[in-house]
Design a protein around this ligand. Structure first.
Ligand code: GAR
Length: 217
């Protein structure tokens, strides 16, 4: 049985599109059953619709600061669609601890930095100001603390001299689109185990890739 996935978005939905594309394969252990946006005009909603995915706009604006009331509506939709796993894809609304705890071990997020570095806003600007030579993206389980939680998968890119937040973001976004479907596949197929704060990959291939920046010649 494929795991039923809901993707929560607020904007363009490029990670959502990568997940939809990845889940097309017959052998993929999950299906994208629902896309929810808290912004009715999110470009990602139309994109999901054009891919034949069931979509739902739940405008968060009228709920103001009442996050619990907004989440109650969202939870009913998730129940109605028998959702097993949630993927956050640029979902720009803070979730209450209650909602997050209800989905412990069943909700993933992607963040465009190598966590635990550069949480929160402007991660690429933070990375450039810190002068790191390697940056990347992280797929992690969601916990009440923002941009924290057991890490499922990370992908790295070299930071180039002359990079701006925009050029770095574009290269990291390519990595995001590769690792999010791969991480969902791993989780949905039962290929990981959460051990405290750490995600352990069962049957991981030995990885020996090295990225040295600038190249050590
Ligand atoms: C992505 O870069 C994602 O990593 C980031 O928002 C963007 C959404 O783009 N998420 C965060 O910063 C979460 N803290 P998308 O709508 O094209 O997927």
């Amino acid at each position: 049985m494929k795991r039923r996935v809901a993707i929560l978005i607020s904007g363009r939905g490029s990670n959502m599109a990568a997940l939809i594309e990845g889940a097309r394969a017959n052998s993929f252990p999950a299906e994208i059953a629902l896309v929810i946006s808290n912004k009715p005009d999110a470009a990602g909603l139309a994109l999901a619709k054009s891919n034949g995915i069931t979509t739902l706009a739940i405008d968060s604006k009228p709920f103001g600061k009442d996050r619990a009331a907004f989440e109650a509506v969202m939870q009913s939709a998730l129940d109605e669609h028998r959702i097993d796993l949630i993927c956050l894809g640029g979902f720009m609304r803070l979730l209450t601890d209650d909602f997050v705890n209800r989905w412990t071990g069943r909700m993933l997020n992607i963040h465009p930095s190598l966590l635990p570095s550069f949480r929160g806003l402007d991660p690429h600007g933070q990375a450039l100001r810190a002068g790191v030579k390697i940056s990347g993206a992280t797929v992690h389980f969601v916990t009440p603390e923002m941009d924290a939680g057991p890490i499922v998968m990370q992908g790295a890119v070299a930071v180039q001299d002359g990079d701006t937040a925009e050029t770095l973001a574009a290269r990291v976004l390519d990595i995001e689109h590769r690792i999010y479907p791969a991480a969902l596949k791993l989780v949905a197929s039962g290929g990981i185990r959460i051990d405290g704060d750490v995600c352990v990959t069962t049957n991981a291939d030995n990885v020996s890739d090295t990225l040295i920046v600038p190249a050590a010649v």
